[in-house]
Every structure is written in C-alpha cells, then in structure tokens.
Design a protein around this ligand. Structure first.
Ligand code: VGL
Ligand code: ZN
Length: 201
C-alpha cells in the first residue's frame, strides 16, 4: 500500500476572514481538515512565513497597488497586501486548526527576493524547501492536499508534487480559493492536465 501524506497548506490567520489577505470562507476548511488528520500516517503543515518588506508585498514596490503584477527575475509576480509576516498573529495557524498531529511544519517565503507558493520549491522553481527529501525518506508515494489558497499555494504544491512523480489529489472541499481574474479556473485546468486528481468538489 502506498504511504499517503496529508499536506495542510497555509491555514493561517491572514488567509482567513479578518486577515490581511483573507480568502472568502477560508476558515471553513479548518473543521474538514481536523476531521481528516487521523486518516493519514504522515501529516505535513506549511506556513507562509515572510520577513517584513518581502518582495511579494505591493508595499515594497513604490507606485504599485495590491493585486497588480510586476516582473521579477523568475517571472511575473502578483503583488500582495503585506501578509504572514514572521512572528505576527497573521502568520500563526488558525486557532481552531489541530496542529498537534503535525509530523513536520515547513515554513516558506523567507527569502526576501523570491516568493514561495509551493511547499516544494520557491517560485524560481529550483530552490528546494527540503520537503521532497523528507517525504521520500519516509516512504511517501501519494499526497492529499488541503488548505489555502486552492489557486496559489495548493495548486503550485500539487503541480510540483505531480512533476516530482508523487500521486497527488486535491480535496477541494478542504480548500478555498482567492480567484483573482480567473485564477481558480486556470489552476484547476493546469492541475487536471498534470494528472492531479480533483476530489471532494
Ligand atoms: C498564498 C498568496 C501569497 C497562498 C501565499 O497561501 O496561497 N497566496 N502568499
Ligand atoms: Zn505569501
């Protein structure tokens, strides 16, 4: 039997209602994820974990507003409101999320010059977080992905998982999307094309 890991992506206060980059209904994933945890032998949580003044923040780009884009050396970057600044309440996990079962917590986005949506690589798509090695040495072959946001960090993680040869399933009922200019539809299409299973819709 394939060993399956549950990946819980960025269920942090800033992505929940009232947060700096609130995803509509983001906190609705908490109960669904809590109920799934016991079914998996390996559980990995991620935290978006930016230094103040991070390069993905619109506030770091004079004349730019949040949700506009800019060109970075690694490609086009959406500029976000300041969010998930290391050590702040916004960067903490949602208080009702059951984090005790986590085997590993991966923090990403700490490099001020590169954003990091995926749990596996920074947005240059080459600088690794170490998650691949962790999963392989634990014998994991299959991933079930949950969390925030479907069309950014969950999708990038699922696409990287598929590219690395893991079987990947996204549980849409345990995810919520930002959906910026059709980004949700595009992400779902890309995931389907990459062989990611979309479940729980
Ligand atoms: C995310 C935008 C910026 C996410 C993180 O977790 O999907 N989105 N940083
Ligand atoms: Zn971020």
């Amino acid at each position: 039997m394939d060993k399956t890991a549950l990946l819980v992506i960025d269920v942090q206060n800033d992505f929940c209602p009232g947060g700096a980059l609130a995803v509509a209904d983001g906190d609705a994933v908490v109960g669904v994820i809590n109920a799934m945890l016991a079914d998996f032998p390996v559980r990995v949580f991620t935290q978006d974990w930016h230094p103040a003044g991070h390069g993905s923040f619109a506030s770091s780009h004079p004349g730019k507003a949040a949700f506009e884009t800019t060109e970075m050396p690694y490609g086009t970057q959406v500029l976000w409101p300041d969010h998930c600044v290391q050590g702040t309440k916004g960067a903490a996990f949602h208080p009702d999320l059951s984090t005790e079962p986590a085997d590993l917590i991966i923090r990403k986005g700490a490099n001020p010059a590169i954003d990091s949506y995926s749990a596996f690589f920074e947005n240059d798509r080459t600088t690794p977080t170490g998650l691949e090695g962790y999963l392989r040495t634990r014998g994991v072959e299959r991933l079930v992905l949950t969390g925030l946001a479907t069309d950014f960090c969950v999708a990038y993680s699922a696409l990287d998982a598929a590219r690395l040869g893991f079987a990947a399933e996204v549980r849409l009922d345990a995810c919520r999307a930002i959906d910026l200019d059709g980004s949700l539809g595009a992400a779902l299409d890309q995931m389907r094309a990459a062989g990611v299973t979309l479940a729980g819709a």
